[in-house]
Ligand binder design. Structure first.
Ligand SMILES: Cc1cc2nc3c(=O)[nH]c(=O)nc-3n(C[C@H](O)[C@H](O)[C@H](O)COP(=O)(O)OP(=O)(O)OC[C@H]3O[C@@H](n4cnc5c(N)ncnc54)[C@H](O)[C@@H]3O)c2cc1C
Length: 371
């Protein structure tokens, strides 16, 4: 019998499998698609990582540890995964993106600089900001290459004796008290513990009455500029910008040509992961193109692609035991801000599977807050 089966080799599942394998457990990862694919929530070349945490103090120890673990992973994998560009969180003075980042930076003594719109535009000439907007710049921010991170976690898990079966979908699972039985498209497995890290598909793998999860369609696009130096990753930071109407985010040039732009929750379309439209519509393009007016000298968008957020009502994660199956751990539902934490969440998954507890405070992520 296996010690642990992890469903989903995306952001959190791959990190969990890596840490479990490193602890010497007999583990199997199951993934419905190929090793790297663009059907879930981790594709798209870049994910923000930051100490400017406007979501709450509880995330700070997790962010600190996740930075350490990403650096350790890079060393072990021998490739760059983390790019430190700095981050600027921008909004008007009422915006939580601006206000909460500033208060968190002050409270936790972070290395930050408060800037008005003119100071931002003279430090980073790619911005085109109205006078009501202010920003908090933090040196401790940048982006991760998510596909490379997933590859590193899965390959190093295998190096540590984990097994991974790709193109094998989990259809259902049953708590048999002495063990958990898992039915896939290929066979049946027995395991002592189960980790469900299936991202947007989590909603198909557990039905917990009262747990209100929603999957929301996202779109990102790249906006090339004739003036390439404006969005060079050595000069331009990752950014989050609340303009009073939309809460956008984006990245300097990396992978594709130009500035990458997304809007949190995009058009708020609730979807099902297996049957949503990945066709880019004029409405998708209009939303992102309009937002690109906050930047100078960008051309028309290109390379648009879709992705999914799995949201909880309070936008905090789920990281907890299943309410009726002690030996099943449910992970993620990260509401669009979870990738950066996947390195530490992997470590927490392994703590929970091995000793049923963790040194991190994860009370904020309990399922019982909704039941
Ligand atoms: C456009 C976009 C931008 C984002 N930006 C940021 C950001 O800047 N910073 C940040 O921190 N976070 C960001 N996020 C959020 C982050 O990427 C997600 O929170 C994270 O990828 C979720 O990880 P996951 O492991 O839950 O899901 P995924 O990474 O999607 O992995 C789930 C895996 O489970 C597999 N699976 C599902 N069902 C089954 C089954 N039945 N059997 C076998 N395998 C199965 C899937 O195929 C998939 O590979 C963003 C997300 C999107 C969509």
């Amino acid at each position: 019998m296996l010690d642990v089966i992890v469903i989903g080799m995306g952001a959190h599942g791959s990190a969990g499998l890596f840490h479990l394998a490193k602890k010497g457990l007999n583990v199997l990862g199951l993934e419905q698609f190929e090793q790297i694919h663009n059907n879930g929530s981790y594709h798209g070349l870049s994910r923000i990582i930051r100490m400017g945490l406007y979501e709450g103090d509880e995330y700070l120890p997790l962010a600190t540890r996740s930075f350490q673990l990403w650096r350790e992973l890079e060393k072990e994998y021998n490739e760059q995964i983390l790019y430190m560009t700095g981050i600027i969180n921008i909004g008007n003075k009422q915006s939580p993106i601006f206000k909460n980042t500033l208060s968190s930076a002050i409270k936790h003594n972070l290395d930050y600089k408060e800037m008005d719109n003119n100071e931002i535009m003279s430090s980073f000439p790619g911005f085109n900001l109205s006078s009501d907007l202010k920003g908090v710049y933090l040196k401790d921010g940048g982006f991760l290459d998510p596909e490379k991170a997933v590859k590193a976690h899965t390959q190093l898990a295998i190096k540590n004796e984990a097994k991974i079966n790709y193109n094998e979908k989990v259809l259902s699972w049953n708590d048999k008290t002495s063990h958990i039985e898992i039915l896939t498209t290929k066979t049946t497995y027995k395991t002592k513990k189960l980790v469900i890290a299936a991202g947007a598909w989590n909603i198909n793998l557990f039905d917990i009455p009262g747990l209100p999860l929603s999957v929301v369609r996202q779109v990102v696009g790249w906006f090339p500029s004739k003036n390439k130096s404006l969005f060079d990753k050595n000069k331009f930071p990752v950014w989050i910008l609340d303009d009073g109407k939309y809460h956008g985010y984006g990245f300097p040039e990396y992978g594709n040509d130009g500035l990458k732009i997304g809007i949190f929750n995009h058009l708020n379309e609730k979807i099902y992961p297996d049957k949503y439209s990945r066709t880019i519509t004029p409405e998708d393009i209009k939303l992102l193109s309009n937002f690109s007016s906050h930047f100078k000298e960008t051309g028309e968008g290109e390379n648009y692609n879709t992705c999914m957020f799995t949201n909880t009502p309070d936008e905090n994660f789920i990281l907890d035991k299943h309410p009726s199956t002690e030996n099943c751990i449910i992970v993620s539902c990260c509401s669009g801000h979870g990738f950066k934490f996947s390195s530490v969440i992997g470590e927490i998954i392994s703590d929970l599977c091995q000793t049923e507890q963790t040194g991190y405070n994860i009370d904020l992520f309990k399922i019982s807050r909704f039941l």
